[in-house]
Design a binder for this molecule. Structure first.
Ligand code: IMP
Length: 177
């Protein structure tokens, strides 16, 4: 299975669940759209020759900002970063947020499937932890007192948006661990 991504952090998480996975950093057409599904659906169109494959589009959705940065998460990471998000949360008691992930999968027959995963949590007041990538140091999943960046990959995979989407994909592919 090819994981089409330029993000080594994402690949590392997939590799834990799909040990034979190969990282294919070929870049694909990412449209600016209103939903992760639209981005993934569009991207899958040009990728069939690399099947079986996975692509993954994810985002951080903050409640008081009505889901921002959401589909703009990558741009906001480049421009504001984690510290910028912490600043944006200044003065808000409600720090609720969610991570969402949409996996696009194409099997060997060329059939495609989209699978979503979501985890609720909150934005921390400071950056914590050194594991993971992206917004992991400022996201604390509900029911846990550590950020994703304070968790090792297996721990994050058990509860994360991507972990849940991977679980869904395994059910779809009829794979048991
Ligand atoms: P994309 O799915 O690669 O477009 O990700 C959008 C942005 O969200 C990037 O800046 C990623 O670093 C960040 N991101 C995606 N998934 C995660 C995650 O699991 N943890 C933390 N940040 C993430």
């Amino acid at each position: 299975m090819n994981i089409i991504t330029s993000n080594k952090g994402k690949y590392h998480e997939y590799k834990k669940i799909f040990p034979d996975a190969k990282m294919l950093n070929i870049g694909y057409h990412e449209i600016q759209a209103d939903s992760l599904e639209e981005v993934v659906e569009h991207a899958l169109e040009g990728l069939k020759e690399h099947a079986p494959l996975i692509i993954d589009d994810s985002g951080l959705f903050i409640d008081v900002y009505h889901g921002f940065p959401g589909v703009y998460s990558s741009y906001v990471m480049h421009t504001l970063g984690c510290q910028g998000i912490i600043k944006l949360m200044d003065g808000f008691d409600n720090r609720d947020a969610a991570f969402e992930c949409v996996i696009g999968h194409i099997d060997i027959n060329g059939d495609s499937k989209l699978i979503r995963g979501r985890v609720s949590g909150s934005i921390t007041k400071t950056m914590k932890g050194t594991h993971g990538f992206g917004y992991d140091p400022i996201f604390k999943p509900e029911g846990h007192d550590k950020t994703f960046a304070e968790m090792v990959t297996d721990e994050k995979n058990k509860i994360s948006h991507r972990g849940k989407a991977m679980e869904g994909l395994m059910r779809y592919l009829d794979i048991t661990l």
